[in-house]
Design a protein around this ligand. Structure first.
Ligand code: ADP
Length: 254
């Protein structure tokens, strides 16, 4: 049965009832030569991860827990922008499903009214000169209900169901993969500029007073923009603009 309208994303896919983490599986497959667009999807993850080894809650049958293998032929310094690209594609997919309140918290979370709907974890392998592969792990809370959330997520997580979007996981998956593929080929064809502009439009971080906790340093200021590499620009009270590199920090509203 042919339901995906994508050309590359999800044409090869590995489905598992359960796994430690789809990123681990996908990295293994990528090392074995799995081609671009290969998707690893599971019903549950025993050890799903966020950034900085934080856990990702991935209960059986409740979400889209998947990883996507990319092999773009651009320089490794461009790789962090793939996370921003994915956030743009996913947010547009949610808007299409009718969830117009979804927005992006720099760099990689998708929030609805301050609660996290999606986590994205991008991992790259390669040299300074060349990307061997990128594995993009994406976790979307779809069917989780408020009362099912573990205590520590009750106030900070949300799901499509909790937001009143009644959609089957397969249908949501189709819309998301199509949106990711569309955004990726736009980037390959025309570069990141337009995608970064869309990111600015969809961001809930820009213009906000935030606190940035980088290793050894905490800044308070206003998130003014992202630069052409996707780094966050924060204007601190003395007027200096700090450049925050993705991956190093967590931010929170002040
Ligand atoms: P951060 O926003 O701090 O960068 P990560 O992207 O590393 O977070 O994701 C991990 C964090 O997300 C966890 O520490 C937890 O607070 C939260 N979290 C874990 N599982 C879920 C989930 N299924 N839905 C929403 N938030 C989650």
């Amino acid at each position: 049965k042919q339901i995906l309208k994508t050309d590359v994303f999800g044409k090869r896919y590995v489905y598992m009832d359960t796994t430690e983490s789809t990123n681990l599986e996908a990295r293994y497959l990528a090392q074995q030569g799995a081609e671009e667009g290969t998707v690893v999807v599971t019903e549950e993850q025993a050890a799903g991860r966020g950034r900085l080894s934080r856990g990702w809650y991935s209960p059986f049958g409740k979400g889209l827990w998947f990883s996507l293998i990319l092999r773009p032929d651009f320089a490794p310094v461009e790789a962090p922008k793939c996370t921003l690209m994915a956030a743009v594609a996913l947010t547009k997919a949610f808007h299409k499903m009718g969830l117009t309140d979804a927005g992006i918290k720099w760099p990689n979370d998708i929030l609805v009214n301050g609660r996290k709907l999606v986590g994205i974890l991008t991992e790259m392998s390669g040299s300074m000169e060349e990307i061997s592969y990128i594995v993009m792990g994406i976790g979307v809370n779809v069917k989780t209900k408020q009362e099912e959330l573990p205590e520590e997520l009750k106030l900070i997580a949300t799901s499509l169901t909790m937001e009143g979007i009644d959609i089957e996981r397969t249908e949501a998956f189709k819309i998301i993969l199509e949106s990711l593929e569309h955004q990726y080929y736009e980037v390959l064809d025309s570069g990141f500029e337009e995608t970064l502009n869309e990111w600015r439009q969809l961001s809930v971080t820009l213009g906000e007073e935030i606190e940035v906790r980088a290793p050894g340093n905490t800044y308070e200021g206003v998130a003014t923009d992202i630069d052409e590499d996707g780094n966050l620009l924060v204007r601190i009270p003395d007027g200096t603009v700090k450049r925050i590199v993705a991956g190093d920090v967590s931010i929170r509203p002040r």
